[in-house]
Design a protein around this ligand. Structure first.
Ligand code: ATP
Length: 240
């Protein structure tokens, strides 16, 4: 018996108005796996996520999620299948409270069904959200806003949680806290996680498997230990 990966991209080409950003990207995420995509600014990491969640339409290639052809579905349908996209820059609803932001995340059928269970767990993982449940999200610190964005993603009861640079703009200690939380949430739930990061060391320590994306191409792939030991990764990304 060979199990299909949960998410498969094959030779995906995508970009903006005819300029390709992703150049034949192939990658796979198994159920329960924690996968990191790392690479420099402008490599196409955000475009990759937008292509999976349905904001950007590829011009070639295929994307399958649990056997379903994702490219046949609009973004909203992909969310209902269980793909949560925690966007770059958090994008919380600034004039809604913390609790209202979390409720907005529960827009899927699974999120509605599991709300009571999910909100208990979200507030247990991220107690600062419980303390600030009535505060307007726009008045939170960057780290707190990131926690709201992660909580909102979890509130949809996803099968796959995609996080676009959750550490962006955060002090190192806050960023470390976020990485520890992802490991904890993954350990408690077995959730499948796809992470995009510029903090390569932390990302490769948190994940099981990684891809290095440079100029729209996957240039290296491997389990986290292999990548951390790779000379190119050590020189280009780990400062060794
Ligand atoms: P960063 O970490 O800076 O977000 P990234 O790896 O996520 O980098 P992308 O945001 O995917 O990279 O951007 C890849 C390329 O696509 C860049 O050259 C960028 O200028 C271009 N690009 C991104 N968004 C658009 C857009 N809406 N219209 C045109 N070009 C875009």
């Amino acid at each position: 018996l060979t199990l299909e990966p949960m998410l498969t991209l094959e030779n995906v080409v995508a970009g903006y108005s005819a300029v390709p950003v992703l150049r034949q990207v192939s990658l796979a995420v198994d159920a329960g796996q924690f996968v990191a995509v790392v690479g420099p600014n402008g490599a196409g990491k955000t475009t990759l996520f937008k292509t999976i969640s349905g904001i950007v339409r590829p011009t070639a290639g295929s994307i399958t999620f649990e056997g379903t052809d994702l490219l046949a579905l609009p973004a909203a349908r992909r969310a209902h299948l269980g793909i949560a996209h925690v966007p770059e820059g958090r994008q919380v609803f600034p004039s809604l409270t913390v609790m209202e932001n979390l409720e907005m995340g529960a827009f899927t059928a699974a999120g509605q069904r599991d709300w009571k269970h999910n909100i208990q767990r979200i507030l247990a993982w991220l107690p600062v959200l419980a303390d600030r449940r009535g505060q307007l999200a726009g008045t939170l610190s960057g780290g707190e806003q990131q926690m709201v964005a992660i909580g909102r993603g979890l509130a949809s009861s996803p099968k796959l949680l995609m996080l676009d640079e959750p550490s962006m703009g955060l002090a190192p200690t806050i960023a470390d806290f976020i990485f520890e939380k992802l490991i904890e949430i993954r350990r408690d739930t077995g959730l499948t996680i796809l992470l995009v990061e510029q903090r390569v060391a932390e990302a490769l320590e948190s994940a099981d498997h990684g891809y290095v994306l440079e100029a729209g191409r996957v240039v290296l792939e491997g389990d986290n230990r292999t990548l951390r030991a790779d000379d190119r990764v050590r020189q280009a990304y780990l400062g060794m």
